[in-house]
Ligand binder design. Sequence first.
Ligand code: ATR
Length: 286
Amino acid sequence: MVITGTTKVLGIIGSPVAHSLSPQMQNTTFAALGVDYIYVPFHVLPEDLATAVAGLRTLSVVGFNVTIPHKTAIVSLLDDLSPEADLIGAVNTVKCEERRLVGFNTDGSGFLRSLSEDLACEPQGISVLLIGAGGAARSALVALAGAGAAAITVVNRTMEKGAVLVNRFQPFFPATFIKSTGLNAFEQPAFMGGFDLLVNTTSVGMNMTSFPKFNPSSMKPSAVVYDMVYAPLETPLMLAARQQGLRTANGLGMLAAQGDEAFFIWTGRKPEQGVMRKFLLTQYAK
Ligand code: ATR
């Protein structure tokens, strides 16, 4: 790749950011498409967020991704939000349009696409068990309810946070029955039997951890399990589900799909099908 005076700049802001696969994933895509963009990591501390965003605006970068811990804090620094980002209250992609900063959230749509591609699961009319109540859970909940899920049960360690999610989003999605409960729901043997889809949005599963008492043995044979964790590629939760004969997917597909969508927002072009996904699989197959 040759960087010239006309090369357009994209990037990612986060803290930490060194672990992010997005720079390689996006630059691989630029190379495959032969477009004159470069994507770089910017380590931005929370206390520097406002000045960093002002700097990016002044430098007229084309756009940038936003990761932990800035996804919520950046909202108030932007000029406009997409309807999804506004509803979710979090932004993972910013487009700079002549110094105006517009925030998008491609996590939810990336999740839905991965759900369809990796598990042939379409949310219309299904009953979902959603574990977690953080930013990732908000994106998933809005995406699932928006796609017509019949019911969503939020299970979270801190029960109050689950209840906050229900109160916030139920009014927007009257056709979806949304409720919340604590992790102790896993202690009831029949609890798991009512769901078509289980989604883990928490970091539980990294370091090979799992939820105490989690047992998928009463899940419907047709149920599918999506874990947003992708390191390891198979979490203990996924392994337990697979051993029950259930189909499972990790979060790699979502990472690739949200990257595809961000690329489209910035460049107006659809990346070649599967470039980002292939890159990620190569990285993790090592
Ligand atoms: P993100 O934006 O990535 O979703 P977050 O907003 O910090 O991150 O939310 C993390 C989620 O993972 C929360 O639902 C959190 O549960 P609490 O609300 O009780 O904090 C959940 N989580 C993190 N570590 C957990 C653990 N060890 N056991 C159970 N839940 C955990």
